[in-house]
Ligand binder design. Structure first.
Ligand code: UDP
Length: 239
């Protein structure tokens, strides 16, 4: 099932069924794209029709961040918030249990090296067959390497919208697999960026913690949320 927000169909499955659905997409005979959508991505989709098309064509769109959950709530729709970082980690666990092959692309070299080391230590049996930092000029070189690896799951952490383009373009090139854009998750998994304390996560206030502890984000993110909610109320979904 799905719900509509700013003309985009968002899946309204629970966290657990979303993880299972994503896992099942690994056995489908094509590359599947998972988008964990947040308010900034809706803004991008409004300005950029190519980005909107990429989102529309994604096999799964899950509501990341409290902003999306609240906007839907204001429209009378209850969805479970699915933090992209928790979602990706849950999929890594199922991959480990089912002996699936994982590849990861993104972040600075020292960040991805440390994140991969931590993930291998923390998730027993996890097979990370390939990783590469996110600072490269030629996507094709990375696609070629990914083709050879033939992973079941590819996590892409290039920030948005770069990662959505990278995944979309890979659809025509790579063998069947599941690809998820994971934004800044590697920074957190490397231990170099701290996540908000659990109480903030529980209350859905992770964004507040992050904006206050990272003043440069404050300017960018803070006005976005109230404005996003306001616009969601006035937007007519049949447009
Ligand atoms: N990143 C990358 N290559 C790039 C730009 C960004 O690998 O060309 C990585 C960056 O190092 C970080 C992640 O993408 O690990 C998310 O970046 P950012 O915080 O800018 O994106 P957001 O989380 O705001 O979407």
């Amino acid at each position: 099932m799905s719900v509509r927000l700013f003309g985009i169909e968002i899946d309204d499955d629970s966290f657990e069924s979303s993880v299972n659905r994503a896992f099942n997409l690994m056995s489908v005979d094509k590359v599947s794209q998972v988008v964990t959508i947040n308010p900034e991505m809706f803004e991008e989709a409004k300005k950029n029709s190519e980005f909107k098309r990429i989102i529309d064509e994604a096999e799964m769109i899950v509501p990341d961040g409290i902003g999306v959950k609240l906007a839907l709530k204001l429209k009378g729709k209850n969805v479970e918030r699915i933090a992209g970082i928790d979602f990706a980690r849950a999929i890594l666990h199922i991959c480990a249990e089912n002996k699936k092959k994982v590849a990861i692309v993104g972040a600075k070299e020292e960040v991805i090296v440390k994140a991969v080391e931590n993930l291998r230590n923390e998730i027993q049996g996890l097979n990370i067959a390939y990783y590469h930092n996110g600072y490269f000029n030629d996507n094709n070189l990375i696609y070629d390497e990914l083709k050879n690896i033939d992973a079941n799951l590819i996590l892409v952490a290039l920030g948005s919208p770069k990662q959505e383009y990278f995944i979309y373009n890979a659809k025509k090139i790579l063998p069947p697999c599941l690809m998820i854009g994971i934004g800044g998750s590697l920074d957190v998994w490397s231990g170099m960026v701290k996540r908000a304390p659990r109480i903030y996560q529980k209350l859905g206030l992770e964004w507040l913690y992050r904006t206050v502890t990272q003043p440069e984000r404050f300017k960018r993110i803070f006005p976005t949320l109230p404005l996003f909610l306001l616009k969601s109320i006035t937007y007519r979904e049949d447009r």
